[in-house]
Every structure is written in structure tokens, then in C-alpha cells.
Design a protein around this ligand. Structure first.
Ligand code: ATP
Length: 365
């Protein structure tokens, strides 16, 4: 279903029921997930949720207290790191400062018995991949942060690892370089068909790079899904709030109908669950809200509101509104600059706040 896995075939990596504690502290609880061959999976969550610990266990750098790790059909739970043949790249560039680019990359091949000719051809291939041809004699101090991280990446993939593990590889870089390197890593991963797991606390990074995202909280997996599933159909309030901006509104469910303010409608299908009964939290993304003039009378999904604040964010505007029918809740609505030009909102203005019913995500209060 995901990646290049064949129906029925064992996934490239299967993590089952992993527990990890440090003393009395439980860093991971019953973590289970699959990674298919060729897939790019991101572990996403706030600082301290256990992402790095999970990555280190997969690498064999840390021992789990319970659970198992399989690769294809082999149990690798007790295999030392080197025998797993996984490549690892950490946040800090970790290049040897006294070795030049060539020597740093070739270091990744040290355990392979390769002829000088093979090493040279592999090196040239890698320099081309990371776009650093001609820089092989430079030392790390002569390179920018982004270039250093590309060299570290080349060193990690030099021995053709079976799985590439990336632990916050971009977080030490400035914003522009980070976005560029995101694309480079993703292109390279696709071109080589490298099965990859990346740890990040940056939701934008996870959504833009991953085939699937593993959203984590307090040592547990909260949700596994494609970026669009995670963003549009969060399965917990935590995921809804962690990934992107979310309006969180009081609601009520009874007999399959969701009431938000004076609006009532059938609860959207994925959230029509037994837990969603009585008082609930109804979530709606700012870009799903439609603002309209009140002149023509409000359509059935619209509540009157008043603009309290307007923020210009380049490609869009974020309007804050007070909506009396929602108990004076403050609601954020995003408008493309184009739509803003048409509506020409001003602070203090009264407008219709359109809340599309099928776009709500609903969780128990
Ligand atoms: P960050 O992005 O901050 O590294 P993370 O999600 O990767 O966060 P981990 O580094 O996996 O989190 O750490 C999870 C929890 O386990 C943290 O509370 C951390 O303090 C704790 N922890 C990690 N390693 C150890 C250790 N060797 N001894 C004790 N506690 C540890």
C-alpha cells in the first residue's frame, strides 16, 4: 500500500512493541511501525518525545528493553550497529576537521576492500550527487554549513547503506539553506531509492519531505499517515495542534450531529466515533474559513463576527475575529492576498465567518 512494498512481502523494517526506559523514566512505550523499501519516513514530535531514542534503537546504538526489530524477515534486534549496514547522519556535521572533503567521504568506505580505481569512481559519483565537484581538496572550515552537511551526507551514503537514518540533519542550518537542502536530500533519496528515516521536530520539514509521518508524543506513536492525512485528518487533538495552526472551538455532539455555536450539522464521517459524544472540541484550520460580507445575508454555514486584528504574512493575511455565537471565541482566518484585495477588510469591520462543516476535526473535550 505504501512505498514500493509488494502486497504480502515483509516490510523493509518492522518495529514491534518497543519499550525503552532510562531508570524509572519511560522514554518509549510499545512503539510499533513499518517502513517499506524505498520509503521516506519522518519521526515528528516535540523535544523529548523519544524520536532520537527510537532512531538510535533502530541503528543499534541503544538497546530496547522490550520489543523487536526486523529487517525484511530477519530479526536484527541484537545485531551490532555495523552489521545492520545502516548509514547515519546527525545534526552536527561531525566531519573530521583535519581531513579534506575527499578524505572525509572516503572514510565512509574504509571497511570496504575496494581498489583505488573503484574508490575514485565512487567518490566522483558522490561529489556529483552532492554538487561539490571541484571541492575535494577543501577542508571543512573552508565550507559553509550547508556544504559541510552535504559532505557528511555523502560520507553516510558512500558505502550504499541498506537504510539511511537522519537525526535532525537540517536543524543547525539557516532557513534558506535548510529549504534548499530539504529538496536536495529528497531528490537524492528518490534517485537512489534509499529507504530513509528522518527525525525532526519541524512539522513543515516532515510534511514537505515524508512519504509517511510518524507523529510521536511522550514516547508513544500518536498517528502514522501520509502528510495530507496527518494534516487534514488528525486523529488526536495533539496532532491537530502540533501540525500547523488550528482553531479550537467548543462544540457538542448528540445523535450524530455536531453543534458549533448556532450551527448544527452531521459530524464529519471520520470523526463519527463513540468517543465523540456530548461536549467536544471542534477544530478548523484558518485557511478553511471563508470570510464574506454580511450584505447579502449569511448563508447556512456562516456566523457573524468582528475583525480584531489583521496580520500581513506575505502570500496571505491572517485575520483574527471575535465570534459572539461561539461564546466570543477568537477565530483565525487566513486569506490569500488576492482575496484580501477583493474583500479589503479593516479592523473593527463586521463580516460573515464561513465555517465549512465537512472540514471540522472533532475530539472528545
Ligand atoms: P530532542 O529533539 O530534544 O532530542 P527527542 O524526541 O529526540 O527530543 P530523545 O532524545 O529521544 O527525545 O529523548 C527522550 C527522552 O529520554 C528525553 O526526556 C530524554 O531526556 C530522555 N533520555 C534520552 N537519552 C537518555 C539517557 N541516556 N539517559 C537518561 N535519559 C535519557
Amino acid at each position: 500500500r505504501h512505498g514500493n512494498g509488494h502486497a504480502g512481502a515483509a516490510p523493509f523494517l518492522r518495529v514491534t512493541g518497543i519499550d525503552k526506559h532510562f531508570g524509572s523514566f519511560r522514554a518509549l512505550s510499545n512503539v510499533t511501525l513499518d517502513v517499506e523499501t524505498g520509503e521516506f519516513v519522518c519521526f515528528l514530535g516535540p523535544s523529548g518525545c523519544g524520536k532520537s531514542t527510537l532512531l538510535r534503537i533502530i541503528a543499534g546504538l541503544e538497546r530496547q528493553n522490550a520489543g523487536a526489530i526486523h529487517s525484511l524477515d530477519q530479526d536484527i534486534s541484537d545485531l551490532p550497529p555495523a552489521q545492520r549496514q545502516f548509514g547515519i547522519l546527525f545534526q552536527s556535521y561531525a566531519l573530521f576537521p583535519n581531513l579534506n572533503v575527499r578524505e572525509n567521504i572516503v572514510y565512509g568506505l574504509r571497511n570496504r576492500r575496494l581498489a583505488a580505481r573503484e574508490i575514485d569512481s565512487r567518490l566522483n559519483e558522490l561529489l556529483e550527487l552532492i554538487d561539490l565537484k571541484g571541492s575535494e581538496r577543501k577542508y571543512p572550515a573552508q565550507l559553509s554549513g550547508g556544504q559541510q552537511q552535504r559532505v557528511a551526507l555523502a560520507r553516510a551514503i558512500a558505502p550504499s547503506p541498506r537504510l539511511l537514518l537522519l537525526d535532525e540533519p537540517l536543524s543547525a542550518l539557516d532557513a534558506k539553506v535548510r529549504v534548499h537542502l530539504r529538496q536536495q536530500i529528497r531528490d537524492l533519496q528518490r534517485r537512489l531509492g534509499l529507504t530513509t528515516i528522518m527525525v525532526t521536530h519541524d512539522q513543515e520539514e516532515a510534511l514537505s519531505m515524508a512519504d509517511r509521518v510518524v507523529a510521536m508524543r511522550d514516547g508513544e506513536v500518536e498517528q502514522i499517515g501520509t502528510p495530507t492525512e496527518i494534516y487534514h485528518t488528525p486523529r488526536s487533538l495533539f496532532v491537530a495542534g502540533f501540525v500547523g495552526k488550528m482553531n479550537i472551538l467548543p462544540g457538542h455532539v448528540s445523535e450524530g450531529r455536531l453543534t458549533v455555536g448556532s450551527l448544527a450539522f452531521p459530524i464529519p464521517a471520520p470523526y463519527d466515533t463513540p468517543e465523540n459524544q456530548g461536549d467536544v472540541i471542534a477544530c478548523l484550520r484558518p485557511e478553511q474559513i471563508r470570510l464574506r460580507t454580511l450584505a447579502g445575508g449569511a448563508p447556512g454555514d456562516t456566523l457573524p463576527g468582528q475583525v480584531t486584528h489583521l496580520e500581513f504574512l506575505g502570500s496571505f493575511w491572517r485575520a483574527s475575529l471575535i465570534v459572539p455565537a461561539l461564546g466570543n471565541a477568537e477565530v483565525s482566518a487566513d486569506l490569500l492576498s488576492r482575496d484580501m484585495a477583493e474583500l479589503s477588510l479593516t479592523v473593527g469591520e463586521r463580516v460573515g465567518v464561513g465555517l465549512p462543516r465537512e472540514r471540522f476535526a472533532v475530539f472528545p473535550a
